[in-house]
Design a protein around this ligand. Structure first.
Ligand SMILES: C[S@@+](CC[C@H](N)C(=O)[O-])C[C@H]1O[C@@H](n2cnc3c(N)ncnc32)[C@H](O)[C@@H]1O
Length: 244
C-alpha cells in the first residue's frame, strides 16, 4: 500500500488485488472508442510534474469506493473535462461535492492537476483514461450522485455516430452507475447530436427526462468548447435525465 497527501487528507493506494475489476458488461461495446486517438505531446518536465501530482489527486487502485472517495458526501463523475475549466469552477462553487474528472487527453490532465495543486482544491479526483472502462470495471452500480458530459465530441459524420458517448450501450452503463434520482447532465452545441441524445436517452428505461424536453441552462460554467461553439453561432442545448 502507498500513502499520499491530498490537501489535509491522506489517501491510501491499494496495491493488493483484493478489489479486482468487475466483470465487463456483455452489452457494452468497448471496441468502439469515443475519443480521438491523439493524446497530445508533453515535455519531459510536464510528464514529471504529472507523475508527481497524479498519485495525490488520482484514484486508488482497484474498485472505486465511492463513499470513501466523497468522504460520505456526493460524488459526481465528469466525463471529458478537456482543459478542466468547468471542473475547477464547479469544484470551487460546491466544496461538499467531490468531482471525479476523467479524460484521456494527457495535456488536459496535466493542466487540471497543476491548477488543483496551485489552488489547493481538495474535492476533485482526476483519472487519466477511458471513462467507459472506468464505469464498466471500477465504479459500482447505483453509486454516483450525478454524471456530467459537457460538449462531448459530436462525431458529425454518419459513419462515426457509433463513436458518440451518448449511444444506447454506454447510456445504459452510465444509468446503471447512478443512484436513483441522480442526474445525467449533457450539454452540446451540435443540434443534430442533441436531437439524437433525446432519442437515445428517451429509449433508456432507467432514465426519465427531468424537463419537458430541453433543460434550462443550469449552473454550468462556460467551457472552452462551448465558447467556440457560441462564436460559430451554434445553439447550445442542455439535457437533464434522472435515474428512475
Ligand atoms: C470536445 S471535448 C470537450 C471538453 C470540455 N468538456 C469542454 O466543454 O471544453 C471532449 C473531451 O472528451 C474526452 N473524451 C471523449 N471520450 C472519452 C472517454 N471515453 N473517456 C474520457 N474522456 C473522453 C476527449 O478527450 C475530449 O477532451
Amino acid at each position: 500500500m502507498t500513502v499520499a497527501r491530498v490537501g489535509s487528507r491522506t489517501v491510501q493506494h491499494d496495491t493488493a488485488d483484493d478489489d479486482a475489476p468487475q466483470e465487463p458488461r456483455p452489452d457494452v461495446d468497448r471496441s468502439v472508442r469515443t475519443y480521438h486517438p491523439r493524446r497530445g505531446r508533453m515535455t519531459e518536465e510536464r510528464k514529471a510534474r504529472t507523475a508527481v501530482l497524479l498519485p495525490r489527486y488520482g484514484l486508488p487502485a482497484g474498485q472505486v469506493d465511492v463513499a470513501e472517495l466523497g468522504h460520505g458526501g456526493p460524488v459526481v463523475l465528469e466525463i471529458g473535462f478537456g482543459l478542466g475549466h468547468a471542473t475547477l469552477e464547479m469544484a470551487q462553487a460546491d466544496p461538499s461535492t467531490t468531482i471525479l474528472a476523467v479524460d484521456v487527453h494527457t495535456p488536459g490532465v496535466h493542466r487540471l492537476l497543476v491548477r488543483l495543486d496551485r489552488l489547493a482544491i481538495a474535492n476533485v479526483r482526476v483519472h487519466e483514461g477511458d471513462a467507459v472502462e472506468l464505469l464498466d470495471e471500477r465504479i459500482p452500480e447505483s453509486s454516483l450522485a450525478g454524471i456530467r458530459i459537457f460538449f462531448p465530441d459530436p462525431w458529425p459524420k454518419a459513419r462515426h455516430h457509433k463513436r458518440r458517448l451518448i449511444r444506447p450501450d454506454l447510456v445504459r452503463l452510465m444509468a446503471s452507475r447512478l443512484q436513483p434520482g441522480a442526474p445525467l447532465h449533457c450539454a452540446t452545441d451540435w443540434v443534430p447530436y442533441a436531437d439524437s441524445m433525446v432519442e437515445v436517452l428517451d429509449a433508456e428505461p432507467l432514465l426519465r427526462n427531468a424537463y419537458p424536453l430541453w433543460a434550462p441552462r443550469l449552473e454550468r460554467p462556460l467551457t472552452k468548447f462551448e465558447q467556440q461553439g457560441v462564436e460559430k453561432g451554434h445553439e447550445v442545448r442542455d439535457l437533464v435525465y434522472v435515474r428512475t
